[in-house]
Design a protein around this ligand. Structure first.
Ligand code: EZ4
Ligand code: CO
Length: 403
Protein backbone atom coordinates (compact mmCIF):
# COMPACT_ATOMS: atom_id res chain seq x y z
CA UNK A 1 0.00 0.00 0.00
CA UNK A 2 1.36 3.42 -0.97
CA UNK A 3 0.43 7.04 -0.32
CA UNK A 4 -0.75 8.56 -3.61
CA UNK A 5 -1.82 12.02 -2.48
CA UNK A 6 -1.62 14.28 0.55
CA UNK A 7 -3.40 17.63 0.52
CA UNK A 8 -4.60 20.30 2.92
CA UNK A 9 -8.21 21.50 3.09
CA UNK A 10 -8.74 24.89 4.75
CA UNK A 11 -12.27 25.99 5.59
CA UNK A 12 -14.07 28.48 7.81
CA UNK A 13 -17.52 27.17 8.81
CA UNK A 14 -17.78 29.85 11.51
CA UNK A 15 -14.13 29.41 12.44
CA UNK A 16 -10.99 28.37 10.59
CA UNK A 17 -10.21 24.66 10.53
CA UNK A 18 -7.34 22.99 8.70
CA UNK A 19 -7.57 19.34 7.65
CA UNK A 20 -4.99 17.05 6.08
CA UNK A 21 -6.27 14.32 3.74
CA UNK A 22 -3.93 11.45 2.85
CA UNK A 23 -5.06 9.06 0.09
CA UNK A 24 -3.68 5.64 -0.87
CA UNK A 25 -3.59 3.38 -3.92
CA UNK A 26 -6.01 1.05 -2.08
CA UNK A 27 -8.65 3.77 -2.06
CA UNK A 28 -8.46 4.16 1.75
CA UNK A 29 -7.99 7.70 3.02
CA UNK A 30 -7.11 9.20 6.38
CA UNK A 31 -7.78 12.63 7.91
CA UNK A 32 -5.72 14.64 10.39
CA UNK A 33 -6.43 17.97 12.13
CA UNK A 34 -3.81 20.66 11.41
CA UNK A 35 -5.56 23.64 13.02
CA UNK A 36 -3.34 26.07 14.97
CA UNK A 37 -5.72 28.81 16.10
CA UNK A 38 -4.70 32.23 14.73
CA UNK A 39 -1.62 30.82 12.93
CA UNK A 40 -3.39 28.44 10.53
CA UNK A 41 -1.58 29.27 7.30
CA UNK A 42 1.86 28.76 8.82
CA UNK A 43 0.97 25.08 9.31
CA UNK A 44 -0.59 24.84 5.84
CA UNK A 45 2.64 26.15 4.32
CA UNK A 46 4.81 23.85 6.45
CA UNK A 47 2.81 20.85 5.28
CA UNK A 48 2.47 21.82 1.62
CA UNK A 49 6.01 23.04 1.07
CA UNK A 50 8.04 20.82 3.35
CA UNK A 51 6.39 17.60 4.53
CA UNK A 52 3.73 16.43 2.08
CA UNK A 53 5.88 16.12 -1.08
CA UNK A 54 8.09 13.60 0.76
CA UNK A 55 5.12 11.41 1.73
CA UNK A 56 4.12 10.40 -1.78
CA UNK A 57 5.01 6.77 -2.52
CA UNK A 58 5.60 5.84 1.15
CA UNK A 59 3.93 2.98 3.00
CA UNK A 60 1.25 4.61 5.22
CA UNK A 61 1.60 1.77 7.75
CA UNK A 62 5.08 2.97 8.77
CA UNK A 63 3.81 5.51 11.30
CA UNK A 64 6.83 5.56 13.65
CA UNK A 65 9.23 5.83 10.75
CA UNK A 66 7.31 8.67 9.10
CA UNK A 67 6.95 10.46 12.47
CA UNK A 68 10.71 10.39 13.07
CA UNK A 69 11.45 11.20 9.44
CA UNK A 70 9.43 14.41 9.84
CA UNK A 71 10.70 15.22 13.35
CA UNK A 72 14.42 14.50 12.96
CA UNK A 73 14.45 15.26 9.26
CA UNK A 74 13.62 18.93 9.85
CA UNK A 75 16.84 19.37 11.84
CA UNK A 76 14.91 22.27 13.52
CA UNK A 77 13.00 20.55 16.30
CA UNK A 78 9.70 21.09 18.08
CA UNK A 79 7.59 24.26 18.09
CA UNK A 80 3.81 24.53 17.62
CA UNK A 81 3.88 24.83 13.81
CA UNK A 82 6.14 21.81 13.30
CA UNK A 83 4.40 19.64 15.89
CA UNK A 84 0.90 20.49 14.62
CA UNK A 85 1.98 19.56 11.08
CA UNK A 86 3.47 16.28 12.31
CA UNK A 87 0.34 15.58 14.40
CA UNK A 88 -1.88 15.97 11.34
CA UNK A 89 0.16 13.40 9.42
CA UNK A 90 0.28 11.07 12.42
CA UNK A 91 -3.49 11.11 12.98
CA UNK A 92 -4.23 10.65 9.26
CA UNK A 93 -1.90 7.61 9.21
CA UNK A 94 -3.51 6.11 12.35
CA UNK A 95 -6.90 6.65 10.67
CA UNK A 96 -5.70 4.71 7.61
CA UNK A 97 -4.08 1.93 9.66
CA UNK A 98 -7.20 1.42 11.75
CA UNK A 99 -9.51 1.50 8.72
CA UNK A 100 -7.37 -1.15 7.03
CA UNK A 101 -7.53 -3.26 10.21
CA UNK A 102 -11.30 -2.70 10.42
CA UNK A 103 -10.98 -1.36 13.98
CA UNK A 104 -11.59 1.87 15.85
CA UNK A 105 -8.28 3.52 16.77
CA UNK A 106 -8.67 2.86 20.51
CA UNK A 107 -8.57 -0.88 19.77
CA UNK A 108 -5.25 -0.45 17.95
CA UNK A 109 -3.85 1.30 21.04
CA UNK A 110 -4.68 -1.54 23.41
CA UNK A 111 -8.44 -1.40 23.85
CA UNK A 112 -10.88 0.52 26.01
CA UNK A 113 -10.01 1.39 29.60
CA UNK A 114 -13.45 2.97 30.08
CA UNK A 115 -16.84 3.01 28.40
CA UNK A 116 -17.48 6.73 28.74
CA UNK A 117 -15.36 9.87 28.87
CA UNK A 118 -16.05 12.55 31.47
CA UNK A 119 -15.95 16.03 29.95
CA UNK A 120 -16.21 19.46 31.49
CA UNK A 121 -18.31 22.26 30.05
CA UNK A 122 -17.50 25.98 29.98
CA UNK A 123 -19.72 28.19 32.14
CA UNK A 124 -19.13 31.84 31.32
CA UNK A 125 -20.53 35.18 32.40
CA UNK A 126 -19.80 38.89 32.60
CA UNK A 127 -20.11 38.72 36.39
CA UNK A 128 -20.47 36.09 39.12
CA UNK A 129 -24.27 35.92 38.89
CA UNK A 130 -24.23 35.43 35.11
CA UNK A 131 -21.54 32.77 35.38
CA UNK A 132 -23.48 30.86 38.04
CA UNK A 133 -26.62 31.00 35.89
CA UNK A 134 -24.59 29.64 32.99
CA UNK A 135 -23.24 26.87 35.26
CA UNK A 136 -26.81 26.02 36.33
CA UNK A 137 -27.51 25.05 32.72
CA UNK A 138 -24.68 22.49 32.83
CA UNK A 139 -25.82 21.13 36.22
CA UNK A 140 -29.36 20.75 34.87
CA UNK A 141 -28.02 18.99 31.77
CA UNK A 142 -26.33 16.39 33.98
CA UNK A 143 -22.67 17.44 33.72
CA UNK A 144 -20.42 16.23 36.52
CA UNK A 145 -17.68 18.82 35.80
CA UNK A 146 -17.88 22.53 34.94
CA UNK A 147 -15.26 25.19 34.30
CA UNK A 148 -16.18 28.62 35.70
CA UNK A 149 -14.89 31.89 34.17
CA UNK A 150 -16.29 35.33 34.85
CA UNK A 151 -15.52 38.97 34.07
CA UNK A 152 -13.93 41.39 36.53
CA UNK A 153 -15.68 44.49 37.89
CA UNK A 154 -14.72 47.55 35.86
CA UNK A 155 -12.34 45.72 33.56
CA UNK A 156 -14.41 44.96 30.44
CA UNK A 157 -14.15 41.69 28.61
CA UNK A 158 -11.48 39.15 29.38
CA UNK A 159 -10.53 35.59 28.49
CA UNK A 160 -13.39 33.12 28.86
CA UNK A 161 -16.14 35.74 28.93
CA UNK A 162 -18.58 36.01 26.00
CA UNK A 163 -18.48 39.08 23.81
CA UNK A 164 -21.49 41.43 23.86
CA UNK A 165 -24.65 39.67 22.84
CA UNK A 166 -22.95 36.30 22.23
CA UNK A 167 -23.16 33.14 24.25
CA UNK A 168 -19.55 31.97 23.90
CA UNK A 169 -16.11 33.60 24.04
CA UNK A 170 -14.83 31.56 21.09
CA UNK A 171 -13.98 31.73 18.25
CA UNK A 172 -11.35 34.32 17.54
CA UNK A 173 -12.96 36.41 14.84
CA UNK A 174 -11.16 39.77 14.67
CA UNK A 175 -9.14 40.36 11.51
CA UNK A 176 -6.39 41.88 13.67
CA UNK A 177 -6.07 41.21 17.42
CA UNK A 178 -8.62 42.84 19.72
CA UNK A 179 -7.04 44.36 22.83
CA UNK A 180 -8.24 43.48 26.34
CA UNK A 181 -7.33 45.11 29.65
CA UNK A 182 -6.07 43.11 32.61
CA UNK A 183 -6.05 43.80 36.34
CA UNK A 184 -4.45 41.08 38.49
CA UNK A 185 -5.51 42.53 41.85
CA UNK A 186 -9.21 42.51 40.91
CA UNK A 187 -8.89 39.01 39.51
CA UNK A 188 -7.30 37.62 42.67
CA UNK A 189 -10.12 39.09 44.75
CA UNK A 190 -12.90 37.98 42.42
CA UNK A 191 -12.16 34.31 41.70
CA UNK A 192 -12.46 32.97 45.29
CA UNK A 193 -15.84 34.74 45.59
CA UNK A 194 -17.00 33.05 42.41
CA UNK A 195 -16.12 29.60 43.74
CA UNK A 196 -17.48 30.28 47.21
CA UNK A 197 -20.86 31.12 45.69
CA UNK A 198 -20.67 28.20 43.27
CA UNK A 199 -20.13 25.70 46.09
CA UNK A 200 -22.95 27.23 48.09
CA UNK A 201 -25.31 26.95 45.12
CA UNK A 202 -24.28 23.62 43.60
CA UNK A 203 -23.05 21.65 46.62
CA UNK A 204 -20.06 19.33 46.84
CA UNK A 205 -20.89 16.75 44.18
CA UNK A 206 -19.99 18.65 41.03
CA UNK A 207 -16.35 19.04 39.91
CA UNK A 208 -15.40 22.71 39.50
CA UNK A 209 -12.48 23.86 37.35
CA UNK A 210 -10.85 27.19 36.55
CA UNK A 211 -8.45 28.40 33.83
CA UNK A 212 -6.04 31.20 34.86
CA UNK A 213 -4.78 31.32 31.25
CA UNK A 214 -1.15 32.09 32.17
CA UNK A 215 -1.87 35.50 33.70
CA UNK A 216 -0.30 35.19 37.17
CA UNK A 217 3.21 35.20 38.60
CA UNK A 218 4.18 32.18 40.72
CA UNK A 219 3.54 33.83 44.09
CA UNK A 220 0.18 35.18 42.88
CA UNK A 221 -0.75 31.70 41.67
CA UNK A 222 0.27 30.31 45.05
CA UNK A 223 -2.07 32.78 46.77
CA UNK A 224 -4.97 31.96 44.45
CA UNK A 225 -4.41 28.23 44.92
CA UNK A 226 -4.57 28.69 48.70
CA UNK A 227 -7.61 30.94 48.57
CA UNK A 228 -9.42 28.32 46.47
CA UNK A 229 -8.59 25.37 48.75
CA UNK A 230 -11.89 25.52 50.72
CA UNK A 231 -13.84 25.03 47.45
CA UNK A 232 -12.01 21.83 46.43
CA UNK A 233 -11.37 22.53 42.75
CA UNK A 234 -10.82 19.66 40.34
CA UNK A 235 -7.98 21.79 38.99
CA UNK A 236 -6.52 25.26 38.56
CA UNK A 237 -5.25 25.45 34.97
CA UNK A 238 -2.27 27.30 33.47
CA UNK A 239 -1.78 29.37 36.60
CA UNK A 240 1.59 30.71 35.42
CA UNK A 241 3.32 30.77 32.04
CA UNK A 242 5.23 27.50 31.80
CA UNK A 243 8.35 28.36 29.85
CA UNK A 244 9.96 28.15 33.28
CA UNK A 245 8.91 24.68 34.41
CA UNK A 246 10.44 25.19 37.86
CA UNK A 247 7.79 27.84 38.63
CA UNK A 248 5.28 25.04 39.09
CA UNK A 249 7.31 23.49 41.90
CA UNK A 250 7.03 26.81 43.72
CA UNK A 251 3.25 27.04 43.26
CA UNK A 252 2.95 23.41 44.28
CA UNK A 253 4.87 23.95 47.52
CA UNK A 254 2.21 26.43 48.68
CA UNK A 255 -1.11 24.81 47.84
CA UNK A 256 -3.08 21.57 47.68
CA UNK A 257 -5.28 22.89 44.86
CA UNK A 258 -4.60 20.44 41.98
CA UNK A 259 -2.59 21.95 39.12
CA UNK A 260 -3.17 21.45 35.39
CA UNK A 261 -1.05 22.79 32.55
CA UNK A 262 -0.06 22.13 28.98
CA UNK A 263 -2.47 23.19 26.24
CA UNK A 264 0.23 25.35 24.61
CA UNK A 265 2.94 22.68 24.93
CA UNK A 266 3.97 20.76 21.86
CA UNK A 267 6.29 18.05 23.12
CA UNK A 268 7.22 15.85 26.05
CA UNK A 269 10.23 18.09 26.67
CA UNK A 270 7.93 21.00 27.54
CA UNK A 271 6.52 19.09 30.52
CA UNK A 272 9.16 16.50 31.45
CA UNK A 273 10.66 18.45 34.33
CA UNK A 274 7.35 19.41 35.93
CA UNK A 275 6.03 15.85 35.63
CA UNK A 276 9.18 14.27 37.03
CA UNK A 277 9.37 16.72 39.92
CA UNK A 278 5.79 15.94 40.95
CA UNK A 279 4.74 19.57 40.45
CA UNK A 280 1.50 18.99 38.50
CA UNK A 281 -1.56 16.75 38.61
CA UNK A 282 -2.99 16.99 35.06
CA UNK A 283 -1.21 17.28 31.73
CA UNK A 284 -3.31 19.11 29.12
CA UNK A 285 -1.31 18.72 25.93
CA UNK A 286 -3.54 18.40 22.88
CA UNK A 287 -3.04 15.60 20.45
CA UNK A 288 -3.41 18.15 17.63
CA UNK A 289 -0.54 20.36 18.81
CA UNK A 290 1.80 17.82 20.38
CA UNK A 291 2.72 15.40 17.63
CA UNK A 292 -0.42 13.31 17.39
CA UNK A 293 -1.26 9.94 18.93
CA UNK A 294 2.32 8.69 18.61
CA UNK A 295 3.76 11.46 20.77
CA UNK A 296 0.82 11.81 23.19
CA UNK A 297 1.29 8.16 24.13
CA UNK A 298 4.83 8.93 25.25
CA UNK A 299 3.66 11.90 27.33
CA UNK A 300 0.89 9.81 28.92
CA UNK A 301 3.26 6.99 29.83
CA UNK A 302 5.73 9.39 31.46
CA UNK A 303 2.85 11.07 33.29
CA UNK A 304 1.54 7.74 34.58
CA UNK A 305 4.84 7.04 36.35
CA UNK A 306 4.33 10.25 38.36
CA UNK A 307 0.60 10.02 39.21
CA UNK A 308 -0.23 12.66 36.60
CA UNK A 309 -3.47 12.18 34.66
CA UNK A 310 -4.57 13.54 31.30
CA UNK A 311 -6.94 16.45 30.70
CA UNK A 312 -6.76 16.97 26.98
CA UNK A 313 -7.37 20.38 25.47
CA UNK A 314 -10.71 20.34 23.62
CA UNK A 315 -11.74 23.90 22.77
CA UNK A 316 -13.46 24.48 19.42
CA UNK A 317 -10.12 25.15 17.71
CA UNK A 318 -9.60 21.38 17.96
CA UNK A 319 -11.58 20.29 14.86
CA UNK A 320 -14.00 17.35 14.94
CA UNK A 321 -11.16 15.30 13.41
CA UNK A 322 -8.76 16.26 16.21
CA UNK A 323 -11.46 15.76 18.82
CA UNK A 324 -12.31 12.27 17.52
CA UNK A 325 -8.65 11.21 17.62
CA UNK A 326 -8.53 12.58 21.18
CA UNK A 327 -11.63 10.58 22.17
CA UNK A 328 -9.94 7.36 21.00
CA UNK A 329 -6.87 8.32 23.03
CA UNK A 330 -9.07 9.12 26.06
CA UNK A 331 -10.87 5.78 25.72
CA UNK A 332 -7.58 3.91 25.82
CA UNK A 333 -5.25 5.97 28.06
CA UNK A 334 -4.96 4.27 31.48
CA UNK A 335 -4.25 7.50 33.38
CA UNK A 336 -7.21 9.46 32.01
CA UNK A 337 -8.39 12.44 34.04
CA UNK A 338 -10.97 14.50 32.16
CA UNK A 339 -11.66 15.91 28.68
CA UNK A 340 -12.37 19.56 27.86
CA UNK A 341 -15.50 20.09 25.78
CA UNK A 342 -16.90 23.03 23.86
CA UNK A 343 -19.59 22.07 21.34
CA UNK A 344 -18.87 22.74 17.68
CA UNK A 345 -21.51 24.70 15.78
CA UNK A 346 -23.99 22.69 13.69
CA UNK A 347 -22.35 23.86 10.47
CA UNK A 348 -18.97 22.47 11.63
CA UNK A 349 -20.67 19.17 12.42
CA UNK A 350 -22.19 19.20 8.90
CA UNK A 351 -18.77 19.67 7.27
CA UNK A 352 -17.26 16.89 9.45
CA UNK A 353 -19.81 14.02 9.71
CA UNK A 354 -19.26 11.80 12.76
CA UNK A 355 -21.18 9.33 14.94
CA UNK A 356 -19.41 10.06 18.22
CA UNK A 357 -22.00 10.83 20.87
CA UNK A 358 -22.06 13.43 23.62
CA UNK A 359 -24.71 13.25 26.31
CA UNK A 360 -25.09 14.77 29.77
CA UNK A 361 -21.40 15.63 30.13
CA UNK A 362 -19.97 12.35 28.80
CA UNK A 363 -18.63 11.29 25.41
CA UNK A 364 -19.19 7.80 24.07
CA UNK A 365 -16.82 6.87 21.31
CA UNK A 366 -18.24 5.36 18.12
CA UNK A 367 -16.82 2.07 16.80
CA UNK A 368 -16.49 3.04 13.13
CA UNK A 369 -13.05 1.88 11.89
CA UNK A 370 -10.42 4.64 12.04
CA UNK A 371 -11.20 7.73 14.10
CA UNK A 372 -14.67 7.86 12.61
CA UNK A 373 -14.80 11.38 11.16
CA UNK A 374 -14.94 12.36 7.48
CA UNK A 375 -15.05 15.69 5.64
CA UNK A 376 -17.64 16.92 3.15
CA UNK A 377 -15.23 18.72 0.83
CA UNK A 378 -17.95 20.29 -1.31
CA UNK A 379 -19.60 21.85 1.72
CA UNK A 380 -16.21 22.90 3.12
CA UNK A 381 -15.52 24.78 -0.14
CA UNK A 382 -18.52 27.04 0.60
CA UNK A 383 -16.62 28.44 3.63
CA UNK A 384 -13.29 29.94 2.56
CA UNK A 385 -10.52 30.92 5.00
CA UNK A 386 -10.90 34.23 6.81
CA UNK A 387 -8.03 35.65 8.82
CA UNK A 388 -8.87 35.62 12.53
CA UNK A 389 -6.72 36.63 15.48
CA UNK A 390 -6.73 35.84 19.17
CA UNK A 391 -6.86 38.93 21.44
CA UNK A 392 -3.87 40.61 23.08
CA UNK A 393 -3.94 41.62 26.76
CA UNK A 394 -2.54 44.83 28.27
CA UNK A 395 -2.29 46.06 31.85
CA UNK A 396 -4.10 49.31 32.55
CA UNK A 397 -0.84 51.24 31.97
CA UNK A 398 -0.47 49.71 28.51
CA UNK A 399 2.07 46.97 29.27
CA UNK A 400 1.50 43.89 27.09
CA UNK A 401 0.51 40.92 29.25
CA UNK A 402 -0.41 37.25 28.84
CA UNK A 403 -3.93 36.78 27.47
O1 EZ4 B 1 -7.79 29.69 24.88
O2 EZ4 B 1 -7.96 26.95 22.62
O3 EZ4 B 1 -8.70 25.65 28.24
N1 EZ4 B 1 -8.99 26.11 27.16
C1 EZ4 B 1 -8.43 27.18 26.62
C2 EZ4 B 1 -8.82 27.53 25.22
C3 EZ4 B 1 -7.74 28.34 24.50
C4 EZ4 B 1 -7.97 28.27 23.02
C5 EZ4 B 1 -6.87 29.05 22.27
O4 EZ4 B 1 -6.93 28.78 20.93
O5 EZ4 B 1 -7.64 27.83 27.27
O6 EZ4 B 1 -10.04 28.23 25.24
CO1 CO C 1 -6.89 26.63 28.87
Amino acid sequence: MRITSARVIVCCPGRNLVTLKIETDDGVHGLGDATLNGREIAVVSYLENHLLPALIGRDPAAIEDIWHYAYLGAYWRRGPVTMTAIAAIDVALWDIKAKVAGMPIYQMLGGASRHRIMAYGHAEGEDIAACLDSAQGFVDAGYDAIRLQCGLPGVGTTYGVPKDGQTRYEPADADLPAEHVWNTARYLNQVPKLFEQARRRFGDDVHLLHDVHHRLTPIEAARLGRDLEPYHLFWMEDSVPAENQAAFAMVRSHTTTPLAVGEVFNSIHDCREMIQSGSIDYIRTSLTHAGGITHMRRIAHLAELHHVRTGCHGATDISPVGLAATLHFDTWVPNFGIQEHMPHDDIVAAVFPSNHRFEAGYFRVDDTPGHGVDIDERLAADYPFKRASLPVNRLEDGTVWDW
